[in-house]
Design a protein around this ligand. Structure first.
Ligand code: FAD
Length: 465
């Protein structure tokens, strides 16, 4: 009997962090679980295999993190970055429910390591995975398979039969054949639509052709589209996404974390005309890095250029590509194919606007500009010490926020606000419920882990099919 002829209680679509947390939880609750993953084995784990850390609340240093990070601080951070575009009861529930994540994960094979340094000041708030997201995903697959979850790779869900908000069956294409899979409950954890350039183009126009997709090419958003077409409630703005400034030499898909350019707050960022366009030192990097992809996306040609001098070297994690290097600002401008006169004028104006202060990378220091528009609010040292370095920047899309509405049990809400009887959602596909805009480092995995477990628990209550 093939796996498609067997009976399952719970069908999980998507084998990243959210789907795996759901599958493990449902199986531990006694359900027979089938997990379908559209990618081949090698690419299993979606965007989750690129991650490094997650954020969860804790009342004290816990052996993984260096100090307390309580509900109210987590909530304040979320409120600030989303500018209020979040669902407070749902977000607070998520934060509270995150408290036992560290121990839950370790009990299922995930290992942690001390916080990485560089420009991410995260030692107190975020737990770093030993071996990164790839090791986390491998641990979860090992656990899921040991528990008896059936996993099929290269199995793409192409259609969903949903009647009156109730899941009936899924159409799956595997090895060139179509199958119909029935289960008592469905968990959708198939990511956002970030890898679907035509869909991005619907909202960004031709600019989308210049976007680089940092993660898996398999997050095409087909399951999200199916749910919305079958009557699920839409949440989130289709233009909102997590997008960072990455090295313009990164591959079109799946370049991962090592292409991110982390020296923005230590330097100046110019557009194609050699002009600054945003405060590079507005706030700590973990609270600001995720806005730079959108900022670059709004510039002509969807490109930016970051300039630093030798004082910045060693203070940030370099990308996998070496920076362009020059002995003068004019020479660097030439190498970046920018107009040397304008770039020199921009840097000179900035240098004269910097005010003396005590540079301290670990706090919001008093090194700032005066009379400059836009200002640089912190870490504003003159760019005056050769050699100078530059990177070409492009928008690197991490994940989109458009999703389906969910309730506090991770049940998918239908357009009229009633929860689906047997469909739950977790991860990127519902991230827009708590992330209306903005981002704080590590919350993508919090969302997937918390709602993944809730979705698995909820789906398992539907019993034998
Ligand atoms: C480079 C990078 C670094 C990141 N770093 C961090 C970090 O350090 N901390 C953090 O919190 N977040 C980070 N994120 C964000 C994080 O990866 C996501 O928020 C999280 O992994 C989403 O989990 P998920 O399970 O929803 O999606 P995914 O892990 O992407 O899993 C979705 C899965 O669904 C599968 N799928 C899609 N469509 C179908 C279909 N039709 N049928 C079957 N399967 C389908 C895909 O193949 C994929 O495997 C990072 C993302 C990237 C790209």
């Amino acid at each position: 009997m093939t796996v498609f002829e067997q009976s399952f209680d719970v069908l999980v679509v998507g084998g990243g962090n959210a789907g795996l947390c759901a599958a493990i939880t449902a199986r531990e609750a006694g359900a027979r679980v089938l997990l379908l993953e559209s990618a081949p084995y090698f690419y299993r784990g979606g965007n989750s295999r690129h991650t490094r850390n997650l954020r969860y609340m804790h009342d004290a240093a816990d052996g993984i993190m260096t100090g307390p990070y309580r509900e109210d601080e987590f909530w304040d951070d979320l409120l600030r970055v989303t500018k209020g575009k979040t669902d407070e009861p749902l977000a607070r529930m998520m934060i509270r429910t995150s408290a036992d994540l560290g121990s839950w994960m370790m009990a299922r094979g995930v290992r942690f390591q001390p916080s990485l340094g560089g420009t991410l000041h995260l030692g107190r708030t975020n737990a770093f995975f030993l071996g990164g997201g790839k090791a986390l995903v491998n641990a979860y697959y090992r656990k899921a398979e040991a528990l008896g979850v059936a996993v099929v790779y290269e199995a793409e869900v192409t259609d969903l039969a949903i009647e009156d908000g109730r899941f009936v069956s899924a159409e799956v294409v595997h090895a060139g054949e179509r199958h119909s899979v029935r289960a008592s409950a469905l968990v959708v954890a198939a990511g956002g639509f970030e890898a679907n350039i035509p869909w991005l183009r619907e909202h960004w126009g031709e600019a989308a052709d210049n976007f680089i997709i940092r993660g898996t090419p398999y997050n095409q958003g087909h399951v999200l589209r199916l749910l919305l077409e079958r009557g699920a409630m839409q949440v989130g703005d289709p233009r909102q996404c997590h997008a960072v400034a990455i090295d313009g030499r990164a591959p079109k898909f799946d370049g991962g974390i090592c292409t991110r350019v982390d020296c923005v707050a230590l330097g100046l960022v110019l557009n194609r005309h050699g002009l600054r366009f945003y405060d590079e030192g507005e706030d700590f990097w973990p609270k600001r890095y995720a806005i730079w992809g959108r900022l670059v996306a709004q510039q002509p040609g969807q490109v930016g250029y970051v300039l630093i001098d030798s004082k910045a070297v060693g203070k940030f994690m370099p990308t996998v590509f070496p920076a362009l290097q020059a002995a003068s600002i004019r020479e660097l401008a030439g190498k970046l194919e920018l107009d040397p006169d304008t770039v020199e004028a921009t840097v000179t104006a900035y240098n004269s606007a910097t005010r003396p202060g005590t540079f301290d990378w670990t706090v919001l220091d008093d090194c700032r500009t005066e009379g400059l528009d836009p200002p640089k609010s912190h870490w504003a040292l003159p760019i005056d010490t050769p050699p100078y370095y530059g990177y070409l920047l492009r928008p690197g899309i991490t994940f989109t926020y458009l999703g389906v509405g969910v309730d506090a049990r991770a049940r998918v809400l239908m357009a009229d606000g009633t929860p689906s009887d047997n469909i739950a959602a977790a991860g990127e596909i519902m991230a827009g419920n708590v992330l209306g805009e903005g981002y704080i480092a590590g919350i993508g995995m919090t969302i997937g882990s918390v709602f993944g477990r809730l979705a698995g628990k909820e789906a398992a209550t539907h019993g034998a099919h």
